[in-house]
Design a protein around this ligand. Structure first.
Ligand code: SF4
Length: 285
């Protein structure tokens, strides 16, 4: 029986019927992304008001079944590279290449207990399958656990595969992060974590722009964001680029009905301001 169309609007992590691996046609990757979900329990240490994880609950990633992770990834890569994956998932001609392997789960992936071992296993299987360097190896994280030695060790492993950390930064103010992410991350902690990230692994900032109750994204928030980027330059904290995106799918949080996507012009204008500071910027809607 044919599978549903895999489109940029369909991010169902159960679409392939696997526990850890799911395919996504990704706007940000510009094609097929092989997702790895360390959080099948839908648990995260943050609660972003735009979060699209169903039944999100507070908590950490559960223990990893490494045998299952390895077996799912090997067989799924083989299915994509040598099987009928593109035909089965009704993917348009011309989209037939893996753009990235992205650790992006239904929660915060760095909360996994054996995080470096999981990064190493995924990297090695992908390397053996010949996926790199045509495809990127990406970790999408809220960056809140970068003080942990195991997370730092995992980033070093990721860097060994020329991987990138895409670090969530939805507000450059502590008040904004409390409001958007329900996170208590201070400015000092944010800077410490950006410094750790930049010293271990290529790091990009991933920022969701939207409006909510007239408090986002205000001129003040934009100004604070630009000021933070300036501080990063002054402190020589390396950031490879900034990725701006907005709401494309509904939030599962109680605030969902009041969230409004940023419009193209607003995003393009803000991107131009960041670019003028010397940063690489991408915009996806
Ligand atoms: S960090 Fe990601 S998974 Fe966690 S609440 Fe925010 S959007 Fe959801």
């Amino acid at each position: 029986m044919p599978q549903p169309f895999l489109t940029t609007a369909n991010h169902d992590r159960d679409i392939a019927g696997l526990k850890y691996i799911y395919p996504v046609m990704s706007r940000r990757a510009g094609g097929l992304s092989i997702g790895v979900n360390f959080n099948p329990n839908n648990a995260c240490n943050w609660r972003c008001i735009y979060c699209q994880v169903p039944d999100l609950k507070p908590g950490n990633a559960p223990g990893m079944d490494f045998e299952q992770l390895g077996s799912e990834l090997r067989s799924f890569l083989d299915y994509v590279q040598h099987g009928d994956f593109f035909q089965d998932f009704n993917i348009e001609a011309g989209q037939g290449a893996i753009k990235d392997i992205a650790i992006s789960g239904n929660g915060e992936p760095t909360s996994l207990e054996h995080f470096p071992q999981a990064i190493a296993l995924i990297g090695e299987i992908a390397r053996q399958a010949g996926v790199f360097p045509a495809a990127k190896f990406v970790l999408i994280s809220n960056g809140s656990l970068l003080h942990r030695a195991s997370v730092q060790a995992g980033l070093a492993v990721l860097a060994g595969y020329h991987g990138e950390l895409w670090l969530k930064l939805d507000s450059a103010t502590a008040v904004g992060r409390k409001f958007i992410n329900n996170s208590g991350q201070s400015q000092i902690k944010l800077l410490e974590h950006l410094k750790i990230a930049g010293s271990l692994c290529a790091t990009r900032l991933q920022t969701c722009m939207f409006h909510y109750q007239g408090r986002l994204w205000t001129a003040g928030e934009k100004q604070a964001y630009l000021q933070l980027l300036q501080i990063l330059q002054e402190k020589a904290i390396p950031v490879q680029g900034v990725m701006l995106y907005t709401l494309a799918r509904p939030s599962f949080q109680p605030e969902a009905g009041q969230l409004v996507a940023a419009d193209s012009q607003e995003m393009t204008d803000f991107a131009a301001e960041i670019r003028a500071m010397g940063y690489e910027v991408s915009v996806s809607r």
